[in-house]
Design a protein around this ligand. Structure first.
Ligand code: ZN
Length: 290
């Protein structure tokens, strides 16, 4: 009997090295008696009959689902899938029968020693159609369904035809004379390039004259830019003159209250003196009139 639990007999550690297992100590395979034919590539497994059979030796009927201790063995391969054979001993006689897996058709087949009861559903025998039949012509056509299908297809075809024609027209229009189109485009490109170049030269000239940075973007030299610059200039001037006037009023009013006497203003006193000396009321600093 193989070791099932964790009981280690007292002499275990004396006789075997500590990395060994209980099974090795007892001289048994982990699968026990089921592995008795392992040297022949046979493992004993429990196998359940997947269908009804008749035993080939005693000719008895054995029902689906009866279980046997079968000898399982790999007998081949379908691509990378192994084909297993199950050899069972009839429970009613001493005969053996063998059943194999069939990976190609995903089923089991009786190889020898028995006869399989053919109970597969045959749709054609029962007035139906085979499920895996890919031959479409074999299926009778339902006239209404086929009419519906063809009508839909025709509608789609008409729609697609119109669209295709319009696409072809557009394509033909653009591909009628590639040379003319190309030269037209290239000519326009050259003209635009010339204008751009001239503009860049003018800008560079201005930048070098005023030592402006190379990366500075100058405005377009057109009427709109000039207009906007003029507006900005006028606005700034008005603002500045308003500010000065306000300041002058403030100074004048502060002078009236006596904070700063008028005589203290050197310019004013100079002007008064000049007026006195020349006796002229206007143009005090200008050239004397002849
Ligand atoms: Zn039998």
């Amino acid at each position: 009997m193989q070791g099932f639990n964790k009981y280690y007999p007292p002499d275990f550690f004396d006789n075997v090295d500590k990395t060994s297992s209980l099974n090795a100590y007892k001289g048994k395979h982990a699968l026990g008696d089921r592995a008795r034919k392992l040297d022949q590539g046979i493992l004993i497994t429990r196998f359940e009959l997947p269908f009804n059979i008749w035993c080939g030796t005693c000719n008895n009927h054995i029902g689906m689902g009866v279980r046997y201790n079968a000898e399982k063995k790999k007998v081949g391969a379908y691509y990378s899938t192994p084909i297993f054979s199950f050899r069972c001993k009839c429970h009613l006689c001493d005969g053996w029968f063998e059943i194999q897996t069939d990976p190609k058709n995903t089923r089991y087949v009786v190889v020898s020693g028995a006869r399989q009861k053919d109970e597969d559903w045959n749709p054609e025998e029962n007035g139906g159609f085979a499920v895996h039949d890919t031959d479409a012509h074999a299926v009778p056509v339902d006239p209404l369904a086929s009419l519906e299908k063809t009508t839909d297809a025709q509608k789609g075809l008409v729609k697609a035809q119109d669209r295709l024609e319009s696409l072809q027209e557009v394509s033909g229009h653009y591909n009628a004379d590639p040379f003319a189109l190309s030269s037209k485009v290239r000519k326009r490109f050259r003209e635009e390039k010339k204008v751009e170049k001239a503009k860049k030269q003018a800008d560079d000239k201005i930048k070098s004259r005023y030592a402006l940075p190379e990366t500075l973007n100058l405005l377009e030299d057109d009427g709109e830019a000039a207009e906007s610059a003029k507006r900005e200039w006028d606005r700034a001037r008005t603002e500045e003159s308003n500010k000065r006037r306000k300041l002058a009023v403030e100074i004048a009013s502060s002078g009236r209250v006596g904070k700063r006497p008028t005589s203290a203003n050197p310019l004013a006193s100079l002007r008064a003196r000049v007026l006195e000396n020349t006796g002229r009321q206007s143009n005090p600093f200008g050239r004397p009139k002849p």
